[in-house]
Ligand binder design. Sequence first.
Ligand code: ZN
Length: 153
Amino acid sequence: MLALKDKDHIVEGSVPGLAHSARVTVEECRKALKKLSEPDADSRTKDFEGRRIREVEGVGWLILNGEKYKKRMGAEEMRSYKAMKQAEYRAKEKASRGGTLAERMAAKGDYDGEPVETTDREPLDTAKPIRYCYCGDEVAEGKNRCESHMEGL
Ligand SMILES: [Zn+2]
């Protein structure tokens, strides 16, 4: 409901309209409005005897303490926005650790345009062919024979 108010802290509309916007039943909405309109002894704000809203006939409802709600809601919205971004980031991080290479590339690729890590590449030196002497021994780099068979050449 607070999200629906305009900058003058007036919520325009009917109970059914408001219920629809808030995704609650008309009955629930009516109850909530009644509670918000009543003086609240437990309220931390003693302005308006703890009333949160006042019905404005033919228009809707006036949000009392509108500025206070605005500030609090701003902080709450920021928190939920950050939480959402964190969850998105974690999902991408998770995808980047598991899954196929294509999935990892996709996850990294659309993350803030950061370059794809190159650590998945095969190290170059494993591709180098190993040469063997005719006796079956490995030979030193650049040689065709093992040490013991080199002497005859
Ligand atoms: Zn040999």
